[in-house]
Design a protein around this ligand. Structure first.
Ligand SMILES: CCCCCCCC/C=C\CCCCCCCC(=O)OC[C@H](COP(=O)(O)O[C@@H]1[C@H](O)[C@H](OP(=O)(O)O)[C@@H](O)[C@H](O)[C@H]1O)OC(=O)CCCCCCC/C=C\CCCCCCCC
Ligand SMILES: Nc1ccn([C@@H]2O[C@H](COP(=O)(O)O)[C@@H](O)[C@H]2O)c(=O)n1
Ligand SMILES: [Mg+2]
Ligand SMILES: [Mg+2]
Length: 207
């Protein structure tokens, strides 16, 4: 949803920084790689120590590299299959680190097995959602739909984790993770139904 409604605003916000980096000789692949490393290190070093607020701030700073790299590639007129492949693959590391860091914290010092379990469920379902899209595109279909795309999942988990780090009860995050798991499961259903419709339509069109 955010991908649809917020992308234009976020693109306007980050375009000056994208142009500056290009002028300095920094390429989109470097931004993709450094951004992913930043997300992974921030989430895996800070969340397991219970640094939920500062972990979220650090992850947020780096996660916007995923918006920046695409803007830079398009500005250069060099968006291509390698960049799309690299971007998608590295997104999976970032997502795993964010939810994985929460799993480790809540299974240990955070002392909430339910929250840890729900974070693990979000990690698993949040891996299946983009897999369906990638597999659909591999067989010539599209599946870029759903109520919980990556930016939606990240905003939900980061905003809530940040506020829990500031003192909001953990139970709020537990509820948000439960809703996020549900929304991810719905997205899986939406994507599978979309692909099924395309397959049936293609079969009906065949003589
Ligand atoms: C007091 C509490 C403090 C808490 C502070 C925390 C605040 C946190 C607030 C917001 C965090 C926002 C994080 C969102 C970042 C989104 C980054 C992102 O995902 O950008 C990429 C995305 C397009 O994705 P891609 O095409 O590159 O990737 C695709 C995606 O991975 C697909 O996955 P799927 O959807 O299928 O699961 C894959 O299938 C596909 O292969 C892959 O290519 O870009 C966008 O979506 C653009 C829109 C982003 C909208 C972000 C909204 C942010 C909301 C508020 C902005 C506030 C600005 C503040 C700036 C602060 C800077 C430090
Ligand atoms: N290193 C990169 C990263 C991305 N791209 C291109 O941008 C598209 C993704 O754009 P986002 O705004 O969603 O990040 C991706 O499909 C590539 O075409 C690139 O070329 N190099
Ligand atoms: Mg990107
Ligand atoms: Mg991406």
């Amino acid at each position: 949803m955010l991908n649809k409604y917020a992308r234009a605003a976020v693109t306007t916000l980050f375009s000056p920084l994208a142009r500056l980096l290009l002028r300095l000789g920094v390429g989109p692949d470097a931004v993709t790689i450094v951004g992913t490393l930043g997300v992974c290190l921030s989430a895996l070093l800070l969340y397991p120590r219970g640094e939920l607020f500062w972990g979220t701030i650090a992850v947020t700073v780096f996660v916007f590299s995923d918006t920046l790299d695409g803007i830079m590639a398009r500005a250069q007129g060099r968006s291509g299959p390698w960049g799309a492949f690299l971007d998608s693959c590295l997104d999976r590391f970032g997502d795993a680190a964010v939810f994985g860091g929460l799993v480790v914290w809540f299974a240990r010092g955070g002392d909430s097995e339910l929250t840890a379990g729900l974070a693990l469920l979000c990690l698993v379902l949040g891996g299946i959602v983009p897999y369906i899209r990638a597999k659909a595109e591999g067989v010539g279909m599209t599946a870029a739909v759903g109520i919980a795309e990556r930016s939606d999942r990240l905003v939900a988990v980061l905003v809530t984790t940040g506020f829990v780090g500031l003192g909001l009860p953990t139970e709020v995050l537990t509820v948000v993770l439960a809703l996020l798991a549900l929304a991810s499961a719905v997205t899986i259903g939406q994507r599978m139904a979309t692909v099924r419709r395309q397959v049936l339509a293609a079969a009906a069109d065949r003589p």
